[in-house]
Ligand binder design. Structure first.
Ligand SMILES: [Zn+2]
Length: 317
């Protein structure tokens, strides 16, 4: 910038040297802007994906396996956490030869819902616990289940429901990840219900609190529970679109991601079919704000953290 200042202070005509200096500064500035705006181009692990019955509907729905796998493939999504209401959708994807062809690793999670009514009672329903045990014993065509969830707790006190307690103990014993759509109070309760009191429970906080828990509170929870991870779909306050309408990280969230680069993952949360329709711009938006981060941090959030959690190797090029 000093050369620019000198440029404006100088009287015309400029010495040739000054012009060269200004040109170098201008190129550096343009280069700097371009580098900041460069999208992340590496692999993505979609750590929060649903393949619910209305998407495929016995393969007659609008998004059969070929459709959703093509969406993943063209967006560089190389692995997914699949869970579905009921679990048949996940099993369908896990068994599909198209997944391998698309270069997508399907990591199955056990959903706690057979139907919509289960959302409100799973935490006290022993038939859900029995279902989880049966699904876990059976596994899928792409291998064993590696997690449970996503589940919801609309009232955090239900984290103390008898089945919720048993499932946290089960998950910890089997080293299963737990994908939980809950508030910050329920994070503490679920952790307290694990035998390790939260030190060994692999809890993935869906949306990192869809209600927008303050960044300081998220920070405190990450500090308290060493295996807690935050999934970032729908997270309020995460991005602040820039003047060109690009997705950019808001400053306090950028600082949090840099403070805990190993603790966040991405997700699409395809909870309704509309989310499948917008899968491309969703992933493009993630690639935009990931470009705000140092490349190694972007890759951790996009791929590495989830891959470590789920025991996946790097994808083939
Ligand atoms: Zn979800």
């Amino acid at each position: 910038m000093r050369a620019l200042d000198r440029f404006f202070e100088k009287k015309w005509p400029l010495a040739l040297m000054d012009i060269a200096q200004v040109a170098i500064v201008c190129i550096a500035m343009v280069g700097g802007v371009a580098a900041k705006a460069a999208d992340y181009t590496g692999p993505i692990l979609d750590a929060h994906l649903h393949y619910n019955v209305e998407a495929w509907d016995g393969q007659a729905g609008p998004h059969p396996p070929a459709d959703v796998l093509a969406r993943m493939q063209r967006n560089g999504v190389r692995a997914i956490v699949s869970n579905s209401r009921p679990n048949d959708g996940t099993k369908l994807l896990a068994a599909s030869p198209l997944a391998r062809q698309a270069g997508v690793t399907v990591v199955p999670f056990i959903r706690l819902y057979r139907n919509r009514a289960d959302y409100d009672s799973w935490f006290k329903d022993d038939s859900i616990y029995d279902m989880v045990l049966a699904e876990y014993a059976a596994g899928t065509a792409s291998g064993p289940f590696k997690g449970i969830g996503e589940f919801h707790l609309y009232d955090s006190a239900n984290a103390n429901g008898p089945v919720a307690k048993k499932l946290m103990a089960f998950a910890e014993a089997k080293q299963l990840a737990v994908l939980a759509h809950v508030d910050d109070a329920a994070i503490d309760l679920l952790m307290a219900n694990a035998p390790s009191k939260g030190q060994a429970l692999r809890l993935v906080w869906a949306h990192t609190g869809i209600g927008g828990a303050p960044v300081a509170r998220v920070d405190a929870l990450l500090a308290r529970y060493p295996l807690l991870m935050g999934e970032l779909s729908y997270r309020p306050g995460l991005t602040c679109p820039d003047t060109q309408g690009r997705e950019a990280l808001c400053p306090e969230w950028r600082a949090l991601l840099l403070k805990y680069p190993g603790r966040f993952v991405l997700g699409s949360d395809t909870w309704i079919n509309q989310r499948w329709q917008y899968y491309d711009p969703l992933m493009q938006g993630y690639r935009q704000w990931l470009g705000d981060l140092p490349p190694e941090v972007a890759r951790q959030i996009a791929w590495g953290n989830g891959a470590k959690l789920l025991g996946l190797p790097d994808p083939a090029p």
